[in-house]
Design a protein. Structure first.
Length: 188
C-alpha cells in the first residue's frame, strides 16, 4: 500500500503449466486505482488483458501490459513504426503488405529488448507470444472472449493448452489440457 496515494498493488499466480518457452500461466495483478474492468474484475489485469488500442490517436498507440502498466508509442513519420516510451527499448510497428514472415496472421508486432515478440490482431487482442528461440503461446478468441491458450515448442507441435470456460461469476474459469493423447480439459 502506498500511504501517499492510497494505492494498493498485489499479484496472484492462479494457474501455471510447465512448458517450453513463454510462461503458460495466469498471473493476476491488482491495482486499486485502476478503474478498468478486466477478465477478473475491476482493477485486475492478466495476459488476457494485454492489448493495444490502435484508435487512441492518429499520433500513436496505447499498449496495456499484463501487469496493468499503460505505455504510449508515438507514430513515426514512416506511418508504420512507433517510438517507445523513454528508455523502454521495445520495438512496435504496424504490418503492411509483404510483411507475412514478420506478421503471421496479425497486424501489430511488439518486440521487447529480451527478444520476446507479442503479436496483436487488428482489434487489439493478443494473438501470440514468441520467445527468441521461436517457442510460442497462441491465444484463441471468440468475439473478445478467450477460448484457449496453447504453448508450442515448435510451430506444429502443441505441448500444453489451457482452455477457458465461462465462469459462474465475473469472468472465466480456466481448464487445463495436458500434452499427449489426452486432450480432455481438467479444471484448475
Amino acid at each position: 500500500m502506498n500511504l501517499v496515494t492510497g494505492n494498493y498493488f498485489a499479484s496472484q499466480l492462479d494457474v501455471s503449466v510447465a512448458s517450453v518457452g513463454p510462461k503458460l500461466e495466469v498471473e493476476r495483478s491488482y491495482n486499486s486505482l485502476d478503474p478498468r474492468v478486466g477478465f477478473f474484475g475491476k482493477g485486475w489485469s492478466t495476459l488476457l488483458d494485454f492489448r493495444i488500442d490502435a484508435l487512441t490517436t492518429p499520433t500513436g498507440m496505447t499498449v496495456r501490459r499484463p501487469d496493468g502498466r499503460v505505455e504510449f508509442y508515438g507514430r513515426n513519420s514512416d506511418g508504420v513504426s512507433y517510438e517507445p516510451p523513454f528508455r523502454l527499448g521495445s520495438k512496435f510497428r504496424q504490418c503492411v503488405a509483404g510483411d507475412a514472415p514478420v506478421c503471421p496472421g496479425t497486424n501489430y508486432p511488439l518486440t521487447d529488448p529480451d527478444g520476446t515478440t507479442y503479436q496483436f490482431q487488428a482489434n487489439g487482442l493478443l494473438a501470440r507470444v514468441t520467445d527468441e528461440f521461436g517457442h510460442e503461446l497462441r491465444l484463441t478468441w471468440s468475439g473478445g472472449t478467450p477460448v484457449s491458450i496453447g504453448s508450442y515448442a515448435s510451430p506444429s507441435l502443441p505441448d500444453n493448452q489451457m482452455r477457458w470456460a465461462p465462469g459462474t461469476q465475473n469472468g472465466v474459469r480456466p481448464q487445463r489440457c495436458g500434452p499427449g493423447r489426452d486432450r480432455n480439459p481438467v479444471r484448475v
